[in-house]
Design a protein around this ligand. Structure first.
Ligand code: SF4
Ligand code: SF4
Length: 283
């Protein structure tokens, strides 16, 4: 079985410095790579886009960032929409939108369910990040974005599909929109930071009539009577329990310590929640 290219992106490492975005611009703006890609226009194209997600509410709030690019899908809708071999799947997994054969084929932009194909108005061609195939074919082992990223958020690997499935299972990697059935070759680690919710709160206790942050309190989260998360409060009495499905219901959270306990019931909508200040009450 042949080895194929895959890209792994760790969402937890990305801090939105956008150096990868600039590296892609530096590689493609004004540069034609015949057989691979025509030059990217100076403005308007994001072949590697950084998407943003804010989670939580004051004081437990965070912003997360995720690089998104062509997924080089194994079952690519863009390829099915193309005429005359304007899009081809290489044996090494890379999807190439041919800069000549794709002329005038705007339907390729519309066919991509990830919205990562840009339309070049001047040349009348659809364009997406070609996985730096022109560099890999010269012996490069890493993409420009991976080389440039100071946070080491990218990992480019060429392995057989069976090995990639093992890596995916071992490292808990996910792909974007798996329900589409497109079988992307771009995998994400810690994708829950963009797609799932957390719940958090500040736990306090009354000590000699004074409200104090309650550190070291064990907090257990149940959903429909089954434990789904557990955390311990930090020095500020705060905790966070992550990886909860948006729009999920029937939660019961209990914080317990020698100073007392408290229980809260809640549901989640699409966003993470800060439950406020929870005061431990003597049993
Ligand atoms: S270079 Fe790395 S840390 Fe910076 S935006 Fe890109 S992926 Fe994120
Ligand atoms: S992400 Fe879009 S453009 Fe890239 S291979 Fe998949 S369908 Fe085609």
């Amino acid at each position: 079985m042949a080895s194929k290219w895959n890209l792994i992106v760790d969402v937890a490492r990305c801090d939105n410095c956008r150096v990868c975005f600039l590296a892609v611009k530096d590689e493609y703006v004004g540069n034609d790579f015949p057989g691979y890609s025509a030059a990217q226009p100076a403005q308007g194209h994001n072949w590697l886009d950084i998407r943003r997600k804010e989670r939580g509410a004051y004081p437990l709030v965070e912003a997360r960032f995720m690089p998104v690019t062509c997924n080089h899908c194994d079952d690519a809708p863009c390829l099915k929409a193309a005429r005359g071999e304007a899009v081809r799947k290489r044996p090494d997994g890379i999807v190439i939108i041919d800069p000549e054969k794709s002329r005038g084929q705007r339907q390729i932009v519309d066919a991509c369910p990830y919205g990562v194909v840009c339309w070049n108005e001047e040349r009348q061609i659809p364009q997406a990040w070609p996985f730096d195939a022109h560099l890999l074919d010269q012996g490069w082992t890493r993409t420009r974005a991976e080389q440039a990223c100071p946070a080491h958020a990218f990992r480019t690997i060429k392995v057989e599909d069976e090995e990639m499935r093992r890596i995916q299972a071992d490292e808990g990697l996910e792909v974007l929109e798996p329900g589409l059935g497109t079988r992307p070759r771009v995998y994400y680690k810690n994708l829950h930071l963009m797609t799932q919710c957390f719940v958090g709160a500040t736990v306090v206790a009354q000590v000699a009539g004074i409200e104090e942050c309650a550190a070291g309190v064990v907090v257990v989260l149940e959903q429909d009577g089954r434990e789904v998360g557990r955390a311990t409060t930090d020095a500020f009495g705060e905790f966070k329990i992550d990886r909860l499905e948006p729009n999920s219901r029937g939660y019961r959270l209990q914080a317990a310590a020698p100073a007392g306990r408290c229980t809260v019931q809640f549901d989640l909508d699409e966003e993470s929640r800060y439950l406020g200040v929870l005061t431990l009450a003597a049993a």
